[in-house]
Design a binder for this molecule. Sequence first.
Ligand SMILES: [Zn+2]
Length: 543
Amino acid sequence: MKKLLPALLLLAAACKQKEYNADMLVKNAVVYTVDSNFTTAGAFVVSGGKILAVGSADSLEQKYNAREVLDAQGAAVYPGFIDAHAHFYEYGMGLQQVNLVGTQSWSQIVDSVKVYAERNTDGWIIGNGWDQNDWTDKHFPDKAKLDSLFPMRPVLLSRVDGHAAIANQAALNIAGVKPGQTIVGGEIETRNGKLTGVLVDNAVGIVTRKIPEPTPAMVDTALLSAQKNCFAVGLTTVDDCGLPYPMVNIINELQHKGDLKMRLYVMLADRAENYEYLFKKGAIKTPGLNVRSFKVYADGALGSRGACLLKPYSDSAKWSGFLLSNPKHFEEIAPKIAAHGFQMCTHAIGDSAVRTMLKIYAANLKGKNNLRWRIEHSQVVSPEDLALFGRYSIVPSVQPTHATSDMYWAGKRLGKERLKTAYAYKQLLDQNGWLPLGTDFPVENINPLYTFYAAVERKDLKGFPAVGFQKENALSRTEALKGMTIWAAKANFEEKEKGSIEPGKYADFVILDRDIMKVKGSQIPTTKVTKTYINGVKVYDKK
Ligand SMILES: [Zn+2]
């Protein structure tokens, strides 16, 4: 009996353990859990849409009865990727418009518009994504060709960063734009007393405000088509930076119906009605939607010389760019956002814009804090200002593909010395010890593996430059993976529910056809997502 009792107890325990039921066992995998020790595991169990346990296949198989077994066949598995800065809805709308990304000349753009206009015979013609830096003739175009092709139909074609656009006369007429007209924080280009159609920064808005509202069906199609493409690159959460408040209900309903499975972190745009809405309603939090943040614009972009610099542009001696609003505006809204405990996220590219915002943030945050106020892009940062990020727990939110997209011409804008203070991701990471990564799509490609590649290799897709651009600011692979998982989750106050494969978290994960932590750097960008899961449910399968 003395011998039998422990054996019986063991047997009873074993039987009891096998009674645990689970929805799925993922095994034969290299699971990068991205937990605090950056542990890898061979298997994990999913139940009720959440991670139940992580460990070895043997131990988990003994303990759990899984309805479904997913044999990863040795593949690497990562937490679902999070894009900490993107324009998800806008990207989806763009999929229904003329795609001008990668166009090599103005005449190629005009051709794309013609093709689109033949297939879509009425309404505004809206295009996005051109970048004159990609052209042999790098001057802004004028509207003459568009006027002759479309004398009656309004056309508006935005630059890749959205900070400049070209409109035809029909569009300018609807918006009532006149030659010589001026606007604060923008430019309406007039040459020899005539409008060229080129609009910079705030001037773009005069025309975009006249574009008829999209129909509800168009909005749904935009969100669902954006989701489809994002799942195919392993994204399971996207930060949508700067939406109008009515989008919150639309997203919520589409998620409620089960059509929109993508998790979204929504920043509302800097507009009176959005503040009024969220201050009154309070933060919104469901498993798929988190609204507790505002997106503010301090300045424009470097490419169109709209970024606000401390000293003039190196290729435009008397021009330093400008702030998009009077600093008083930021000083007024910051304490209101702080009083509600909400997050302020400010687009700041130039070192002057970054400094202005760091100071306003500092005055409100006072010292170390947990409000996680963000400076989106933090692209050019004066070395003197770097320490402010750490001192006031201000989060730099960066997009590594910007470095490798801009590197061909950024030196012209900034000069050699100042270029060293730009795209300084490693230095920015050092300030708080964590750094969220994003893409800013549709400005950049949606693929988070391009982010990973640009962050660690600092090269373009052709492998240029061979030594990497300002390689001292590259991130390690571990840092880059954290940046697009757990640190991005933290920037969204969601590190307790996602960003790693750990018990209790959402079963959001991706399987890749290569292990990006181990393959040669040049193989990272061609690595493909084979499966994407949200809540333990497959939302993408490459097959
Ligand atoms: Zn953006």
